[in-house]
Design a binder for this molecule. Structure first.
Ligand code: SF4
Ligand code: SF4
Length: 461
């Protein structure tokens, strides 16, 4: 397979005005996509309403700078884990692309999933391909206005539901919906709901395949990931050519014809308006609509299915399909390693963070002639339960801790407190001594943390 995927000008689309009017079709891959899309929709629209204890189960709480996902809470300090997730997603995408081309684009990319839903709404409001083409050409009439209004009304309703749900992952959804209905929503929340409604409406309703072609970088670099064994949607030219119409039941092979009857169905169902018979193109988002359309034609003609199918370049040229190969195993090994490291990092991440900052002042003498230093302690409890800690200090003889020996930090809370440490001057043998603060959890299996700092004083000469 050539690594250079040709780019075609979509303005020269299948319709004379350059607009793509897709035809309705049925088939196995359409059912598969509907099943996948339904699952994604259910997850997206449903998860935001789940509760965990007394809070939303999945919530990126921007005001508290915490990300809650069911029983776990992540803090800005865990940002490296987020980077790891992005890395895993990237390698997952590489892996799946090497196996089966752009299946991500065709089946699960939100742009595609929402685009198919918008196309369904368009068909409900304005009819199938020919009805829509006629509607475009028809003069303005009450019927045309009604159909257009119905389509845009459905698009806007889906966009608004999408936007509210999306914003609901960042601001508690129940409160957000109540605020929207009572017109008490904050300006910030209202802005983002408006922004995502407009973005969904424009992307899925108007821009559609142009997002895949001109805005998404993945389509551009996917060619470097494919090899001769990647499963991509291809037209079997050896079997299909010469294309052309024929009489039912005729001996078309004797007439020099192949299995392609040149019905254009594969072109008419394509959401990006390309002809897969021209070979693999960058505009192909791997949706498999052309497979379904062509298989239904093959069925009607009583020919074997699969004139357009998932196949590899090697297989098309008469070779054997090879699934397991070095590049795939390499990506797979990297993916498994990243997942393993990430899982370990999540399990092993400290659930308590402890920091000690020495006060800027050097030292002072308390009323008893002892040397006193001040510190600010910061304790972050990332766990889902309240924790009690005992604080002690070590490093020199005669050290005493003033205040805050027992510290309680609530679940997911952050406490900052000043403490003082005193020492008798006789215990100091130099101006600056190393000391250590110990934070021992009194909860079963709790953590024991140590932070070092400096004690400054004036030793007795
Ligand atoms: S060529 Fe086929 S698989 Fe590619 S986008 Fe068009 S219909 Fe989908
Ligand atoms: S749908 Fe099949 S038979 Fe019809 S034009 Fe496309 S490849 Fe040929």
């Amino acid at each position: 397979m050539s690594n250079a995927i040709p780019v075609r000008n979509l303005a020269v689309g299948p319709d004379d005005n350059g607009k793509i009017h897709t035809r309705k079709f049925q088939g196995f891959f359409r059912r598969l996509r509907i099943a996948g899309g339904t699952l994604l929709f259910t997850l997206f629209f449903g998860t935001v309403w789940l509760s965990w204890g007394d809070r939303q189960a999945v919530l990126w709480d921007l005001s508290e700078k915490q990300f809650h996902i069911f029983g776990s809470t992540f803090w800005p300090q865990d940002l490296v884990l987020l980077s790891a997730i992005l890395l895993i997603c990237a390698f997952g995408l590489f892996f799946i692309t090497v196996v089966a081309g752009r299946v991500w684009c065709g089946y699960t990319c939100p742009q595609s999933v929402w685009m198919w839903v918008f196309m369904w709404a368009e068909r409900v409001a304005e009819g199938d391909r020919n009805q829509r083409k006629n509607l475009d050409k028809a003069p303005l009439s009450p019927s045309k206005i009604y159909k257009r209004a119905l389509k845009h009304g459905m698009w806007l309703a889906i966009s608004l539901a999408t936007a509210v749900t999306f914003v609901g992952y960042f601001a508690p959804i129940r409160q957000l919906v109540t605020d929207l209905f009572t017109l008490q929503v904050t300006g910030m929340a209202a802005f983002w709901v408006f922004f995502f409604t407009a973005a969904t409406y424009l992307n899925a309703g108007w821009l559609r395949e142009k997002v895949c072609l001109h805005m998404c970088p993945y389509g551009r670099f996917q060619s470097s990931m494919l090899d001769r064994d990647s499963l991509v949607i291809s037209y079997d030219a050896q079997r299909g050519e010469n294309r052309g119409p024929r009489k039912a039941g005729s001996d078309y092979k004797a007439e020099g014809l192949g299995d392609c009857i040149d019905c254009q169905m594969c072109v008419q169902v394509c959401p990006t308006g390309i002809d897969i018979r021209d070979g693999l193109q960058m505009e192909c988002i791997g949706c498999a609509a052309c497979i379904d359309a062509c298989d239904s034609i093959m069925d009607k003609m009583d020919y074997a299915p699969g004139l357009i199918r998932y196949t590899s370049d090697r297989e098309l040229e008469g070779g054997r399909l090879r699934i397991l190969r070095p590049r795939l195993l390499g990506y797979g090994a990297l993916l498994v390693s990243f997942i393993a490291i990430f899982s370990w990092a999540v399990m092993a991440r400290p659930m308590v963070e402890f920091d000690v900052v020495k006060d800027r002042g050097l030292f002072r003498f308390d009323g008893k002639g002892n040397i006193e230093n001040s510190y600010i302690l910061k304790v972050l409890n990332k766990s889902q339960h309240s924790q009690t800690f005992e604080l002690r200090v070590s490093g020199m003889d005669g050290l005493s801790l003033i205040g805050h020996q027992n510290i309680v930090v609530g679940a997911g809370e952050w406490r900052e407190m000043p403490v003082s440490v005193t020492a008798v001057p006789e215990a100091l043998d130099r101006g600056v001594s190393d000391i250590a603060f110990h934070l021992d959890s009194v909860n079963d299996g709790g953590e024991r943390l140590v932070e070092t700092s400096r004690f400054i004083g004036q030793p007795n000469q």
